[in-house]
Ligand binder design. Structure first.
Ligand code: AMP
Length: 467
């Protein structure tokens, strides 16, 4: 299967080929013809599957065709496609993809999100934008100020719709939908299908084509996973040792808390390893800068909390380290999904101390496999050490931090309308509810992987269970 066989124009095929893609991923093979056909789409796919090109490529083609058929009035350039994403990082990455894949298409794009000045966005919008990528909060700010006109939108994409709902954006989304033209093409991408997503999809989509691809989780197959047991106060030493002796150059390290991320980044720098932390308390410009340096290879280690790392897309990230194990087992799967992307192999290492054995047990139960445990010479853990409870730090204001994901504080990205995420319980009761609208079942999770709609351990704040 080649991109040209999917009905894409020569200019688009050239752009993706130059970008190094030789053949479409499964979600692209299904989504591109469906979107080109002009109807609505409900897609079960998550980050890492190639879903962005799955909607961006056919969108570029359709917009190019409709511009040729109905050229806009001279001097006008209305927004004709709107892509909503849950996080700033994802918004920035999607817009970057629009520019990459649209290299030879004569369409302009803009990304707008909070945490940065609004005036440059207003100025850019005035100059004319065909494709707008936005987070809901900042888009509503523009709507409130009358600085965005959405009355010509032909295509709407809700990307990572489940995350947007998780982050409390449903009312914002509805307010945005209310100002869009009634006649438009709607594309909804979601990794999971809770009742709330189903309701949204039912109200938004008109006889959608439905596609589903294997959950990202299934790629745990191509990721080498390893546990290094270690004493709790020797983790930093072990991490530095591994980075230095194994010559790791691009390592994404996860910590449970923002404080932990800051401290670790500082300590690694003291050890002569370049490291920066990203989390919700950092300014947007600091986060963007850290990510750019990391992507360019100027920064050896990026230390991140779970929510701040969402949407981070770095090609073929070779190493992911769980400095702390997450207390929500599904987060482990999301974390290690940052490596081994789009067919590349990767290594996920977890540094596990005696306090985290219960977390490890939950993770192994979720992925239905035992993660090989390898003691690093010189770091043999004290066999007499007793487990201590792990007290999750409260992550107030702006979210972005580790373990309190379902506590309703912050929205994980500092983008909530009032700084308070409106996190809702949304049918997290189990798999029986995980059905897409219509008759087709929701995308099946990988063997042994529970859909994120079912997370009985999610609210636990203290560990371990005395093991
Ligand atoms: P996404 O799921 O859209 O975030 O994409 C995940 C990663 O896969 C990104 O790094 C893309 O650059 C990469 N990718 C997307 N499509 C292809 C393709 N057809 N071949 C190889 N890599 C791809």
């Amino acid at each position: 299967m080649s991109f040209s066989k999917l009905g894409l124009s020569e200019a688009l095929v050239r752009a993706v080929t130059e970008h190094g893609y030789t053949q479409p991923t499964p979600v692209q093979a299904q989504a591109i013809p469906a979107v080109l056909a002009g109807g609505d789409l409900l897609a079960g796919a998550q980050t890492g599957t190639g879903k962005t090109a799955g909607f961006v490529l056919p969108m570029l083609q359709r917009l190019g065709q409709s511009a040729a058929a109905n050229p806009p009035r001279p001097g006008t350039r209305p927004i004709r496609a709107l892509i909503l994403t849950p996080t700033r990082e994802l918004a920035a990455q999607v817009e970057e993809s629009v520019r990459t894949y649209g290299k030879y298409a004569k369409l302009s794009s803009l990304v707008v999100f909070g945490g940065v000045g609004i005036h440059p966005q207003i100025a850019a919008m005035k100059r004319g934008v065909d494709i707008l990528v936005a987070t809901p909060g900042r888009l509503l700010d523009h709507m409130g100020q009358g600085t965005v006109n959405l009355s010509h939108v032909e295509i709407l994409v809700l990307d990572e719709a489940d995350r947007m709902l998780d982050m409390g954006f449903i009312r914002d989304i509805r307010r945005i939908l209310a100002v869009l033209p009634k006649r438009r093409q709607n594309l909804l991408f979601s990794a999971t299908f809770s009742e709330e997503i189903k309701t949204l999809a039912d109200s938004l989509l008109n006889a959608p084509a439905m596609i589903e691809v294997a959950r990202r989780n299934s790629t745990v197959e191509i990721i080498t996973q390893k546990v290094h047991p270690v004493d709790r106060d020797r983790k930093r030493e072990l991490l530095s040792h591994l980075i230095k002796t194994q010559n790791w150059h691009q390592v994404l390290v996860f910590t449970r808390t923002k404080h932990g991320a800051n401290k670790l980044a500082e300590q690694l720098n003291d050890d002569g390893i370049t490291a920066l932390a990203i989390h919700g308390n950092k300014s947007q410009s600091a986060r963007t800068r850290a990510l750019a340096e990391f992507k360019d290879g100027d920064l050896q280690v990026l230390v991140a909390t779970d929510i701040a790392a969402r949407g981070i897309d770095i090609d073929q990230l070779p190493h992911v380290v769980n400095y702390d194990l997450p207390n929500v087992p599904e987060d482990y799967v999301h974390r290690i999904g940052r490596t081994g992307r789009a067919g590349a192999t990767g290594e996920a290492i977890s540094l596990v101390c005696v306090d985290e054995k219960a977390f490890l047990h939950d993770i192994e139960r979720l992925i239905k496999r035992e993660i090989p445990s390898v003691v690093v010479p010189g770091f043999v853990p004290d066999p007499t050490a007793r487990a201590q409870p792990i007290l999750q730090r409260q992550q107030r204001g702006g979210g972005g931090g580790g373990g309190q994901r379902r506590s309703g504080q912050g929205n994980g990205n500092g983008q909530g309308r009032n700084g308070q995420g409106q996190v809702k319980g949304q049918g997290r009761g189990g798999q029986s509810k995980a059905k897409a609208p219509g008759t087709k079942p929701a995308p099946a999770p990988a063997p042994g992987v529970r859909p994120s709609g079912a997370r009985p351990a999610a609210t636990r704040r203290f560990a371990p269970k005395g093991r």
